[in-house]
Ligand binder design. Sequence first.
Ligand SMILES: C[S@@+](CC[C@H](N)C(=O)[O-])C[C@H]1O[C@@H](n2cnc3c(N)ncnc32)[C@H](O)[C@@H]1O
Length: 289
Amino acid sequence: MAVPLSSSAGPEAFAPPERDLEQLEIELLLEAVYRRYGVDFRQYAQASLKRRLYRRLHAEGLDTLSQLQDRLLHDPPCMERLLLDLSINVTSMFRDPSFYASFREHVVPILRTYPFTRIWCAGCSTGEEVYSLAIVLHEEGLYDKTRIYATDINEHVLQTAAEGVFPLERMQQYTQNYLRGGGKEDFSQYYVAAYDSVRLSRSLTENVVFAQHNLAMDRSFNEFNVIVCRNVMIYFDKALQDHVHSLFYESLPTFGILALGHKESIGFTRLAGRYEEIDAAERIYRKVS
Ligand SMILES: C[S@@+](CC[C@H](N)C(=O)[O-])C[C@H]1O[C@@H](n2cnc3c(N)ncnc32)[C@H](O)[C@@H]1O
């Protein structure tokens, strides 16, 4: 049916409510970022995404999301800054110590039965999680027959991860985490302090490959005995979570192990029935079919 064009119907007659307008601006901005840079944030959970977009908008001294879109399209360094804002990189060594205690108790005995183990640490941020896993594997006598593939969407954090230099002030907390996670050695043997930083032992990254990988867009690149992806999918919407779960499922052999963050779960995904719980509280699962 044709819409009658009345002379009194100005543009405001078609104007969507403010909230829809904001949603439209967000969608256009994310589409623009995707088409200009190939980085896909279109399926990230909305609430935290919106907060971070506004944070960048204010930091750039802009007024609207459309202005931010314009700057992003024409100013690649602005895109770099947004990428840092969006890829929330909070992490720590032996984060959730009970997870590492469970990993020692339940996963290590399984790994002992393998001649060689490939672990994918997806969304590893600045690497604290990777060094923690390497320490556990070293102490359990498994590190020499393990390769850890440590990936993240953000190449800046990967650079920090590969350098292995962290603030000295965090070591006290990390030492406590290490002990609560089942560590029995002297934690300070794993690093050398200089001024206000520490450098973690180079031997901990001997069997680690750091590589950029986007869980939203890239394919799997190997088959893994263990996939650790903690505190990453909380930032994704349901469709993207499903996509990443399929990616992980395809990357695990039968009896392959999947470890998620405390606020994440395999339950409510369509693959839930394909896994059994190794430790439900610690979100450690094993693929069974
Ligand atoms: C909160 S950190 C979690 C770090 C670590 N796994 C932990 O639990 O401490 C989330 C990480 O996921 C990464 N990330 C976000 N979106 C990603 C994507 N699409 N593909 C790969 N990594 C992503 C971020 O860059 C960030 O380093």
